[in-house]
Every structure is written in C-alpha cells, then in structure tokens.
Design a protein around this ligand. Sequence first.
Ligand code: HEM
Length: 138
Amino acid sequence: MDETALPAPRRRLEPLCAKIGLNAIRAVVDDFYGRVQEHPRLAEPFSVVGDWDLHRERLVHYWWTVMGGLPYREFRYALGERHAHLGLTGTLVEDWLDLFHQTLRDHLDPEPASRWHRLAMGIGESLRLMFSSREGES
Ligand code: HEM
C-alpha cells in the first residue's frame, strides 16, 4: 500500500503535561516555593507548612494531574479547606500569581508558560472569590 496516499494524521492538542513534562514541573515547583519562602508577604502565610518536601511533592502531582496527566500517587486535595484559614486577600493571590508567572517565564518557553499561567489564574480566581469577604481586612 502506498503510504503517501494516506491522509496526514489529524493534529490533536498536545496535553500540557506531555509538553512540559514531569521534570520541568518539578523544577518550577521547587524554585517557586523557594522564592515563596523569601517573599516579603507570602513567606508568612506559608509558615504553616511543616514538611516542605511533602508539600512540593503534592504540588508537583497536583499540577501534573491538572495538566491532564494520570495520577501516580494517592494524594487527595482540598483546596478550599487548605486555604480557608490563611487570611487570603486579593493582594496575596496577586502576589502568588505574579511570582508564579515570573518563575514560569524563567523556566519555560513563552507558550507553555502562558498555558500553565492561565491554569493558575483560574484557580487563583476561584480562591479569591471564595475568600473575597476578607477583602480589605489586611
Ligand atoms: C493563586 C493560586 C494558588 C494555587 C493554584 C494554589 C494551589 C495550592 C494547592 C494545590 C495546594 C495543596 C492543597 C491540598 O493539599 O489539598 C496549596 C496549599 C497551600 N497553599 Fe495555595 N494556591 C494558590 C494560592 C495561594 C496563596 C495566595 C497562598 C497564601 C498566601 C497559598 C498558601 C498555601 C499554603 C500555606 C498551602 C499549604 C496548606 C497546608 O499544608 O495546610 N496558596 N495551594
């Protein structure tokens, strides 16, 4: 059979997990939480984290699955509950997203960086809406 006569395979959207890969996700997460611990406003709310290795491991797995990767750990997430008592404000969410965006730009090409940033912005917006009653308290 003459294969040149076959129609070209249809291009499918590459899932972000495949495009970025686990190693780069790990590098971004490691670097980001290093920066968080040195940030003038974010370091304080993050002082509740007792086991940073576990936190980073959970976050690597979290992003991998949010990007369409199959779960490889038994982690369960409870974002509302975990963020409920941190005193989140719109400013803190913005700080988090800005720092995350900068970290993404330092590690990745613009296109995957902006796709990942959009995912984070969506989650950040949900967190902001959940805790918007706290706005202006800080
Ligand atoms: C804006 C986008 C944000 C995203 C996508 C995000 C994502 C996450 C995720 C997935 C977890 C793990 C939750 C779980 O284990 O069930 C987590 C935990 C945590 N986040 Fe966020 N977060 C965001 C913003 C923030 C902000 C603005 C703060 C504080 C200033 C914050 C502080 C924390 C802390 C301290 C934990 C650990 C809680 C614990 O271990 O009890 N996050 N975050």
